[in-house]
Design a protein around this ligand. Structure first.
Ligand code: ATP
Ligand code: MG
Length: 388
């Protein structure tokens, strides 16, 4: 028997043309999530139905529940559009004799108004039938210990007991293409996840200082990307060495400006990668007030290094809220592994917290920025990280 999974979606505010685009992109993303397991996706009146091999039902449910735009998914059983058939299936799903009282509720949604019973009638008739078979079943509309849901479609009726929550948001690919600055820390994977949640395709860019930083710190970026691909299937990961830039900054600029100058170089490199890959915006994991490079003054000076639009999805979140997201998407445990990052490498004892753009530009004028950037761009390596 084939497994059938009902997929619910919704952005209540979507209207007209936007709704059509949302559904088309969601359909593509759902197909990408399950086609490797033999799943097929069809449209069904404000929902999608996925059919596939029974033995793949758990993995398909789990993949579908990570597709942005999806509100929830349920493994369903199918009955003919006939009340007796629906009753028989409901009895089979609820099971046999119950030794103790159990509360329940039936919830019907009738998309097909041609079906001769209304939703409240179906609730009543089905509920009474189940109670007749099982006198220990007690109706509780407010806090039932289980809920049997019935959807009356056009060709069939669908019954289910459980719902797995999806991430909500917008289907990836619908709002644009972005470049995520992915360090090995806790924040940037969470920022990438939030960007995807608003429908952005994400490619990742990681800066390293090999051989000053170990290969393990680069592998950490790969591992973090792999976790994110559970939501997006595959993600290009770009790596650039900033070793030469760091050496040069260290040799010719005051120590307390090092972090800001490095960040400005990182954004310039990110801009070049974005042009190359046709990406419209840079996403960073900066928040406000966390560390010296994240004061309003620092963010302002860093921002002026490029003309790109930079999104900072974490700007309004507390560390605790960011950690909750990281734990939820399973990146937290990887992020806290103690591998050094290029930014912590030459960390000054007291970095400047209120940098002045004039001072920064004065030191940058002493550097050969173009050649430092082109040398770094020559180190660009790209791998496509695929889902687990
Ligand atoms: P994270 O936890 O994401 O490392 P953080 O709180 O440590 O963030 P910073 O070190 O100030 O903050 O970095 C701010 C942002 O700059 C990061 O969230 C990330 O987007 C970007 N960034 C920092 N280091 C790197 C790196 N080595 N490669 C790519 N992006 C980086
Ligand atoms: Mg960091």
């Amino acid at each position: 028997m084939a497994a059938k999974i009902l997929v619910r979606y919704g952005e209540i505010a979507l209207k007209g043309k936007n709704r059509g685009q949302f559904e088309q992109q969601l359909l593509r993303n759902l197909k990408a999530a399950v086609s490797g397991y033999g799943g097929e996706v069809t449209r069904m009146h404000g929902r999608f139905m996925v059919k596939g091999p029974e033995e793949q039902s758990d993995i398909m449910t789990s993949r579908l529940s990570r597709v942005f735009g999806v509100v929830s998914v349920s493994l369903v059983r199918e009955a003919e559009l006939d009340l007796e058939e629906i009753k028989a299936l409901a009895a089979e799903m609820v099971g046999g004799f119950l030794p103790e009282q159990v509360t329940f509720k039936i919830e019907t949604r009738r998309a097909n108004k041609g079906f001769p019973y209304s939703s409240p009638q179906i609730n009543q008739l089905l509920g009474a039938y189940l109670q007749q078979l099982n006198p220990n079943l007690v109706v509780d509309l407010k806090q039932p210990s289980f809920k049997l849901s019935v959807e009356i479609g056009y060709g069939k009726a669908y019954l289910y007991l459980d719902r797995v929550a999806g991430p909500g948001g917008l289907p990836v690919g619908i709002t644009g293409r972005s470049l995520l600055l992915l360090s090995g820390g806790i924040d940037s994977p969470a920022a990438g996840w939030l960007a995807m949640k608003r429908g952005l395709t994400v490619e990742a860019l990681h800066f390293h200082s090999f051989p000053f930083t170990s290969r393990r710190s680069q592998e950490k970026a790969v591992d973090l990307c792999r976790k994110l691909t559970l939501y997006i299937n595959k993600m290009p990961l770009h790596m650039i060495s900033v070793t030469a830039i760091q050496k040069e900054l260290n040799a010719s600029c005051p120590e307390d400006l090092g972090v800001i100058l490095l960040r400005r170089m990182m954004y310039r490199l990110a801009e070049q990668v974005s042009y190359k890959r046709n990406l419209q915006t840079i996403v960073s994991g900066e928040s406000l007030g966390q560390v010296a490079s994240q004061t309003l003054e620092s963010i302002d000076v860093i921002d002026r290094a490029t003309k790109m639009l930079i999104l900072r999805p974490l700007i309004g979140l507390d560390k605790k809220e960011i950690i909750d997201i990281a734990a939820n998407i399973d990146t937290y445990e990887i992020s806290i592994l103690p591998y050094e990052d290029c930014c912590t490498l030459f960390l000054p004892k007291s970095p400047v917290t209120k940098p002045k753009i004039k001072v920064i530009e004065k030191y940058e004028a002493l550097l050969n920025i173009e050649s430092l950037l082109s040398e770094a761009m020559n180190s660009l390596e790209t791998t496509i990280v695929k889902g687990i």
